[in-house]
Design a protein around this ligand. Sequence first.
Ligand code: ATP
Ligand code: MG
Length: 436
Amino acid sequence: MTRTLILDCIKKIGEDVKISGFVHVRRDHGKILFLDVYDRTGIIQVVLGGGVGKDLRPQDVVIIEGKVNKRPESLVNKNIPTGEIEIYSEKVEVLSKASELPFDMGGPQLHLELPTLLDFRSLTLRHPKVKAIFKIQAAILEGFRKAAKDIDCSEIVVPTIAASSTEGGAQVFKVDYYGHKAFLTQSPQLYKQMLVPVYERVFTITKAYRAEPSVTTRHLSEVTQMDCEIGFVEFADLLDLLEKVAVDTIKYAQENCQKALEEFEVEPVAFGKIPRLTLREAQQIILKEFSKDNTKEKDLMPQDEVDICKWAFKNHHSDFVTITHFPTKAKPFYTHPDLKDPEYSLSYDLLFRGVEILSGSQRINDYQQLVDSIKGRGMDPKDFELYLQAFKYGMPPEGGFSLGLERVTMHMLNLSNIREASLFPRDMERVDTRLK
Ligand code: ATP
Ligand code: MG
């Protein structure tokens, strides 16, 4: 008999089927044994007779042959698509036996402390609520790819080992590269810029590495960035484009994952017109509305991000707010100063539900200005030889942005820690297992 997928059993009432999958839970009712068995399409109740299956346990990999029956009306489970049927079987084959589980995986929630959740990652990822996170994450990736293509960006794949550190600073992992010095890229920035004179508009989905010096709920050491870089644009165009791509990405994920999102009991995203504020305007609002004076800071504090998002939601019914004009000195060397007031830059962050999910800027596209900016930050233009070459031979006005996949996932689902939004999160304390 060939395999029937569990969801297809709905169409096979009265027929014999063979399903393959994993035991989710086992319930003993004396002579009769009930199993919930799942495969990639769904979950189904199996009634085992004839004394078989007594030593089955959760996560055993099984093949079950039996007959699809309609359940009595009183036993219908309206919460699952196969809730009106069950399989009666007396024939179970175990393909792979699971060890006894270290904790119960059968409930609708997995009540584990984060370290345990991650110590047993290859197991906990199998829990329906955990795997739903990464289905939604896949939809975010798909949404971004679609949104970036909609604005005519070509997809590129860029290196993650580089000769120079992208942003400078201490948060960079050094690599021993055949006895030479190299770095893990902190972002795809330099490469995507080099591709602008090639394709004009590009996007990439790639890994970036940050040696974050502390453990927070919103920082990972290995991040997935979704980036666009666009030629022949002005600052105002960039603001329109970043908001469009971010909104389209999140809308797509929300529309395509409604059922999974319901399980997380999150409010639908509020897509009101996104307010745009300069950093200083935002800080003034925070001072006025929340009585916190951070008006001299060069960036929003974490609590400022929460407060200004509350303000945006209350006044504009928007879960997003765009913040522009960060101090030039606080931004990377490639950031274009605002010619009207060069102390501030043509930079922007997009905040979503209380946290930064996107950053970007208009870039310096003049070769000499870029060389001077590198020198001005105490770096050596020689370390940026290949990058600078792109500017030497003609670079249009350009800019772009970077959207953090795990941050978006975390805040779409209201997860309390970004580690829950990464399949295998890396931080100061963990690479696969805890560092000793
Ligand atoms: P933050 O100020 O929140 O630490 P950042 O300004 O250093 O972030 P960017 O260099 O602007 O980060 O990176 C672009 C996007 O990538 C961020 O808006 C965020 O969504 C994501 N991102 C950056 N660093 C991390 C990290 N360590 N962990 C998770 N996501 C990150
Ligand atoms: Mg940023």
